[in-house]
Design a protein. Structure first.
Length: 305
């Protein structure tokens, strides 16, 4: 028999009582941050959610079982040096479960598993999108397709500048995914507060975001993207960002990197070449997104009460 979702007791209890729950992905921990720091960030993310009045549900697949909410021991396993977890997008969940493998979930698989468990709010760092040259390569992140199909709100800091942001926003529009800018009229670009592209809708507090999300859910099953710019004090210097991006793009070209390998290679370059500046920025933005997601989840639960 194929194992079903395994919900942490605290998560199951919160969902049964209608209490707010915020999903968190595990790929950022296993593939996006170095050992030691990843566990610290994992614990801080869960603490931010708890302090905001919600229950955290970090999601991963361990030994073939999709876990919705991790124990302390399981969280340590995900963050352990040499854990060598597979990177699991939604297409990989079936093989991982069927073969009894362990892996960390991306935005696409986390959003889908969260929705399957009844969790409608998910905080992450950045969204995947349309890659440069996708007209020839068809290289488009599964994140966009999943958002078109599952009623999950993803709170993120936009997409990285290595992607075709204009095309990404167009695909979201085509798939009826509302894009909300949190206290901004401009779509963020991960390390930068603005990509130069406008967002179609702006919300200025958690209550407004909750109102929009609730209304959207009443009419369609697609997700919502809530774009929250990196905190101003943590934004990367644009000159440094542009230099690192140019170097990273050349690195990708010289190595022939594409698809799901782009983000980890690019992040590694940013982390190494920036002397840790990008790590600090990454940590600040994902914590900020968790805080916002929690506030919106609490507001949604209050509206439903």
């Amino acid at each position: 028999m194929t194992p079903q979702l395994s919900l942490h007791e605290e998560v199951a209890s919160a969902l049964a009582d209608g209490d707010p729950v915020v999903a968190l992905e595990s790929t950022i921990l296993s593939h996006g941050l170095p050992p030691g720091r990843n566990l610290d960030v994992a614990k801080r993310l869960e603490r931010v959610v708890r302090d905001g009045g919600a229950v955290p549900a970090t999601i991963a697949v361990l030994d073939g079982v999709p876990l919705i909410g991790l124990t302390g021991e399981q969280l340590e396993r995900v963050c352990a040096p040499g854990a060598d977890l597979d990177k699991l997008s939604l297409r990989d969940i079936g093989p991982a479960v069927g073969l009894g493998r362990s892996g960390a979930t991306t935005v696409a698989s986390t959003a889908a598993l969260a929705a399957a468990a009844g969790i409608g709010m998910f905080a992450t760092g950045g969204l995947g999108g349309v890659h440069m040259g996708a007209a020839q390569s068809w290289d488009v992140s599964a994140d966009l397709g999943v958002l078109a199909k599952v009623p999950t709100t993803v709170v993120c800091s936009g997409v990285k500048s290595v992607l075709d942001i204009a095309a990404t926003l167009e695909v979201l529009e085509t798939n009826s995914v509302p894009v909300l800018g949190y206290r901004t009229g401009e779509f963020p670009a991960f390390y930068l507060r603005s990509s130069g592209f406008e967002v179609p809708w702006r919300v200025d507090d958690a209550a407004q975001a909750a109102s929009v999300i609730a209304a959207h859910r009443a009419h369609t099953n697609s997700g919502v993207l809530l774009a929250n710019p990196i905190p101003e004090a943590s934004e990367m210097d644009k000159e440094l960002h542009d230099r690192l991006l140019a170097e990273g793009l050349e690195l990708l070209r010289s190595r022939g990197v594409h698809g799901s390998d782009v983000t980890p290679v690019l992040l590694e370059h940013f982390h190494t070449a920036s002397g840790g500046v990008s790590l600090d920025a990454n940590e600040a933005l994902v914590l900020s997104n968790a805080e916002l997601a929690t506030a919106v989840a609490v507001a949604l639960a209050g509206n439903a009460a």
